[in-house]
Structure formats: structure tokens, C-alpha cells
Design a protein around this ligand. Sequence first.
Ligand code: KIV
Length: 272
Amino acid sequence: MSAATGEIKKITTHVIQSMKDRGEKIAMLTAYDFSMARIFDEAGIDILLVGDSASNVMAGHETTLPITLDQMIYHAQSVVRAVSRAMVVVDMPFGSYQSNSEVALSSAIRIMKESGAHAVKLEGGAEVEDSIKRILLAGIPVMGHLGLTPQSIYKFGTYTVRAKEEQEAQKLRDDAKLLDEIGCFSLVLEKIPAKLTKEVSESIAIPTIGIGAGKHADGQVLVSHDMLGITKDFNPRFLRRYAELFQVMTEATQGYISDVKSRDFPSDKEQY
Ligand code: KIV
């Protein structure tokens, strides 16, 4: 915020790049609804990712695969309405870009037009090169995503650390270089060894944003429900919880139930 004008400096792809260039780390969180997005934006988050993890934490599915393009647009609209400063990036859901570049472009255009978001994210490297190029040609900024790509969970079979073997690590290096060269503005690296993150982050110009990828990424992202302790059974090594909201909300709910049952709520002062 500029003190003189009260104006809020919006985060753009250029701001994100300049953060990497001057060594300032980028902070990204997921958001799916208006109220939480407003808190994160006012707290000063740089990027809000409307992640397809909404499929897990909002809808209760086991994987990210079931969430639809319409549902992602609904979440994105709610987040965009809340935001004054942060950049809003929206995940392209499974099935909305894999078949061909025309489908990919029309899905990306729907996201941008109907939600007012600022960029899209999609998973994969060389195999989605044509789709990314076509989306970029339409003027839509693209964030890449390599390493553990949850939309391919049935191919991987497990959510374990990726690219530990040299062959997979080399493919990741090649894909990262490709995404940088074709014009992605940033790249999520999920659950890969810290050493590989360092190597990739130092070898490409665009910022990397890590989740379970160690301290050398140019930024970090966490799923907000995990970071806030709303989810309670997900405890990977990389997750740092900044609150225990499951417990706080359980106690608040129990207090309310108890007050209603005991006729303590509402009191004389809480009625008309
Ligand atoms: O959907 C999501 O939350 C993500 C992050 C884990 C990067 O893609």
C-alpha cells in the first residue's frame, strides 16, 4: 500500500518476476471462497491459488479428478470478488485441457472471462506444450506444475516424493526449461528433493513455487486448510501448521450447542 495515496499495489506477473530477480520469496496459499480469500488478501498474501484441491478440502473427494470446470469457475468468482491486491491463479481441472489445445484454450478463456482471475495453472511439461503455447498466445498467463502432479495420481499410484531417480529428475529438468522458454510466468514444484529444486530454480529465469520441495524454491505454497489446521488427518513432513482451527471450531461449536440446550443463548440482550 502506498502511504501517500492509500492505493494498493496489485501483484502482477511482472511483480512476481521482480521478486525472484531481487531475491524476495513469494508467498502463495490456496483459496476457494470469499471470506477466507479476503482474510488472506488483507494479510498480504502475494498469490491466491484457486486450487483443484477444492475437490478434496471443499467437496470431500479423495482425489482432485472429479471437480469440474464449472465448479472451479464458481470458486474462482468468489475469490476474485474478495481480492484487492493478490494475484489470483486458477487451476485448470482434470479433463479441461488434456485432450487437445483447442479444448485447453476454450477452458482457459472460460476461466478468465467468467471469473475475472489473472492466470491459469495446469499440470505437466512436454505433453501439454501445445496447449500451454495456445493459451499463452491468447494473452493468458500460465503457471506450470511439475513433480507430484495430483491429476496423475492413478498413474503414480502413490503421493510419495517424485523425481528421486535420475531419469525422472532429468525429465523434470527438461520440462522446467521448456516451460520457462515457452513463456510460463512461474512454476509449481511439488514434492521433489530439495537439491533438485535448487538446481531447477537456479537454472531457469521464472520463479519456482514449492510445496514439499524444500527451501530453495523462489516461493512457497500450502493448501490453506492444511496450514490452518482445519484438516486434521493430513500430516506430511513438509506441512507446517500455523493454527489448529479444527480444535478451535470444535470447541466453539460445542459452546454454542451447550448454550442453546441450556437456554443461555439467546439472552435478553440478544433479542428484539
Ligand atoms: O490444487 C492445489 O492446491 C495445488 C497446490 C498443491 C499447488 O495445486
